[in-house]
Design a protein around this ligand. Sequence first.
Ligand code: SF4
Ligand code: SF4
Length: 336
Amino acid sequence: MKFKRMKKADLPSFIKELMSKGIVVGPVRKPGGGYTFEVLSEESELALDYVASQTPPKKFLFPPKEILLEFYDSEVKPVFPEGGFIFFGLHPCDINALLIIDKVLTSNYEDPYYKARKEGLTIIGVDCKPEETCFCESLGTFKVEEGFDIFLRESGNYYYAYIATSKGESLTGSPIFEEISEEEARRVEEESYARYKGMVKVKVEGLPQRVDELFEQEDFWKPLGDKCLGCGNCTMVCPICVCFNVVDEVNADLKSGRRVRTWDACTLPAFSLVAGGLNFRPKILQRIRNWYYDKFKIFPDEVGRLGCVGCGRCVKYCPAGIDIREEIARMWGEKP
Ligand code: SF4
Ligand code: SF4
């Protein structure tokens, strides 16, 4: 790791330089309030003091809707996307989330569409200012050790750059960056960790075993099933959920069309509907239980990490007021 810093006043020229090298995606303010990740058309759009965006940056690597192939009669043409994104301003939780979905989408089966979008990806992270809904402290996901090219920490009049890759090195090669000692960089790092203290705590040690023990206990899941609307919002905003559906859209000529992939959610009734009209999770209780089981048991079993980074988006955007932190507390028999 190398360490440099640049004056805050030099940030716009750094962004401009990045925009000359690729498609820069960063957090911008939404007209109605809140934040979203978008392709920047000018550096002034960047809102670096943002709080968690409603939809995570994964949407550029795994879009809500994408055409996989087009067909006409027996002629089939795969549609491959292009990459080359420069993600600027990702918070530590979203960098950790990308590391997790990368394992899901490249381990047993490599998703060629995700892979094409990820080609040439550059990630520049930035420290965040946690909100009331965040709980990354308990999950340790406020720290990033990998999964980025450069990570920026704000202190005084500077952005301190933690440079993890040769790409990061070449991007910080201009004279606006000056070298600093590791000692200074580590001091700023410790200072920055202090901002993540004081969040609501959740107990994650032993959670996979605990959720497994609870799976068959319907009494535990009933209050959750009674409250949940089965709307799928929690999945749509989660930086880790990557379930999808694939449908063929046929044109009126009944010969041509396209194969489309869209985000899906295990909390939605049609997710578990199979041929013949059988639904193997007809009740909301079964579906929301599956969501928790997947995150806290299947993910650790399959990819070695919990399927949650504590970003708090599902807490913020659940219309029924379900709070994953309170549900974890209930799993341990604690009062939320
Ligand atoms: S489960 Fe909720 S808190 Fe955890 S990563 Fe997904 S949206 Fe964020
Ligand atoms: S957002 Fe809330 S109500 Fe909607 S499916 Fe998720 S937990 Fe249920």
